[in-house]
Design a protein around this ligand. Structure first.
Ligand code: ADP
Length: 517
């Protein structure tokens, strides 16, 4: 489906109008939609300058959306305060915040969902914590604690864009012991498969932060802030279908992290894994799930970020990226849109800067393995591309495992509908199996869009032609009507599939020649 810029502008206008008229929840749905639309648009843009501009727009929209979420959380907190019992009022403010925290509508691409709330995890996040977490990543107790995070570790609206990790989303899953002793303990813990949990349960949390001395401090800060994502909070179960891809990733990435001793010699882990497939099929989600499921520090970097934003600094950035990944090991480095970094050697689009970045990346990937022999530091490179044919041979060789992420099949489409509609009221006559059949050829992202569109149909009908004051006066129940089969028919008629048969043939041909699954 072509993303229509006019539609983005219109949705943005409505999003802001909703917020200005205090319709915060509706505004949030529009904001989510806009971030998603821009994300999709970005995937279709090849021209670097245009891409940078849209990335900036996306970051601004994501920042506005983040403000809106903070606002709704604050309002929810006040509501909880006023409606609470006297006993409740005796509780610490922080508890009230947790109990009143409400995530608006869920969209894993835009913001990761909040992990299960656990009142035992203290302290809860405060705005100050959010800020400090951006520059002070810490290591939390391993495994258990990571999944206990109270804060939604919300990934940024853009894949490599503004991220805002919560205090508890430390995602570093190792018990902190400091220095070499800690390393030894970590290794032991790894062998024992998470034995540090017990230590973590009662232990004091200490911080372990990458020492920036000897490096460009700004770059270190930028990496910590924008690229390290402590806990992406996407689980295998959040991803519909793709069983084969999940199995392959488990074998290629997760198991070597869990059993580093086994994956040695001939069984050494793959240097890198490349996920190939049409846009919007869940590649980024899979990468995040890998990081969540095997509790690794997740470095989420898009190639266009590397080559455009930090021009001149880019090789340094790549070096530092791997340096930090080793420090925070086990780590997963996810390089999205790797094709834009690695357009074929000598081709016109290969800038000098991207050529140097690419060489650095190749060297670092080779280095991962070299360092494996003396001191195991599990760093996996996971890359994704919608344009595998643009990747040159040198990089392709390093991305030894190349797996195809296909469009969802019938069963997958129905699962996607269920995932997308978990929080939406459905009409009793709705037939999701029939809708799944109608959606043949749609990608996961297309289906998310159809669901979003269908779920907003009744609201659109309600507010059509009304003034902002009239909209404000509408009771919430009148807007939140069940989604009907007809809404889906209308949404499907509006949203076309984004992947053509010709594209699919191209992927198949490439996979036949270069795939390795
Ligand atoms: P890609 O990286 O392949 O372009 P993403 O992982 O960014 O795709 O997916 C984009 C959006 O599409 C996700 O945020 C999600 O809403 C939806 N989506 C795609 N595939 C799936 C899936 N298998 N399960 C659940 N959601 C999916």
């Amino acid at each position: 489906m072509m993303v229509n810029v006019q539609e983005i502008c219109e949705n943005m206008r409505v999003a802001r109008e909703m917020v200005l008229t205090s319709q915060y929840e509706t505004g949030a749905v529009y904001y989510q939609g806009v971030v998603q639309q821009i994300h999709r648009l970005l995937q279709t843009i090849q021209e670097p300058n245009r891409k940078i501009k849209w990335q900036q727009v996306q970051q601004q929209v994501a920042a506005e959306y983040e403000n809106l979420k903070e606002l709704t959380n604050t309002i929810a907190m006040f509501k909880a305060d006023t409606t609470s019992s006297p006993a409740f009022n005796d509780r610490p403010l922080a508890t009230m915040r947790i109990s009143s925290f409400e995530e608006p509508t869920r969209d894993p691409d835009v913001w990761a969902p909040p992990p299960p709330r656990d009142p035992d995890v203290w302290p809860p996040p405060t705005p100050a914590d959010h800020r400090s977490s951006q520059v002070k990543p810490t290591r939390g107790p391993r495994r258990q604690e990571a999944s206990k995070s109270t804060t939604a570790s919300r990934g940024g609206g853009s894949k490599a864009g503004a991220k805002k990790g919560g205090t508890d989303a430390k995602g570093r899953n190792k018990d902190e012991k400091g220095g070499k002793g800690r390393k030894e303990a970590d290794k032991k813990d790894d062998k024992q498969g998470g034995g540090a949990e017990d230590n973590a349960a009662g232990g004091e949390e200490e911080e372990r932060k990458f020492d920036p001395s000897g490096y460009d401090r700004d770059l270190v800060d930028m990496l910590e802030r924008d690229i390290v994502q402590k806990n992406p909070s996407i689980r295998w179960t959040d991803i519909a279908d793709l069983q084969e891809a999940k199995r392959l990733l488990e074998e290629a990435v997760v198991l070597p992290m869990l059993m580093p001793d086994f994956f040695k010699g001939i069984r050494r882990p793959w240097k890198g894994v490349l996920m190939v497939g049409p846009p919007g099929t869940g590649k980024t989600m899979l990468a995040k799930a890998v990081a969540t499921e095997c509790k690794t520090t997740f470095f989420n970097v898009s190639s266009s970020t590397l080559t455009s934003k930090y021009r001149g600094e880019s090789e340094k950035l790549v070096r530092l990226l791997f340096e930090m990944a080793r420090f925070y090991a086990p780590s997963t480095i996810f390089v999205d849109e790797i094709d834009s970094l690695c357009s074929r050697r000598g081709s016109e689009s290969e800038h000098e800067a991207s050529r140097r970045v690419k060489s650095e990346l190749l060297m670092q990937m080779d280095g991962i393995q070299a360092s494996d022999s003396d001191e195991p530091k599990v760093v996996m490179v996971l890359a994704a591309t919608n344009f595998p044919w643009d990747i040159d041979e040198a990089l392709r060789r390093r991305l030894e495992k190349r797996i195809y992420i296909p469009l969802p099949n019938e069963e997958g489409r129905e699962a996607l509908l269920n995932i997308n509609l978990r929080e939406v009221k459905l009409d009793s006559d709705i037939n999701l199996a029939q809708i799944a059949t109608m959606l043949a050829g749609y990608s996961g992202a297309d289906i998310t869009n159809v669901c979003r569109d269908a779920s907003m149909m009744s609201m659109r009908r309600k507010i059509a032609g009304l003034t902002p004051d009239e909209i404000r006066a509408l009771p919430k129940e009148e807007l939140d009507l069940p989604v009907t089969q007809g809404d889906f028919h209308a949404a499907i008629a509006k949203c076309n599939k984004s992947v053509s048969q010709q594209d699919l043939d191209k992927y198949e041909t490439w996979m036949r020649e270069f795939g390795s699954t």
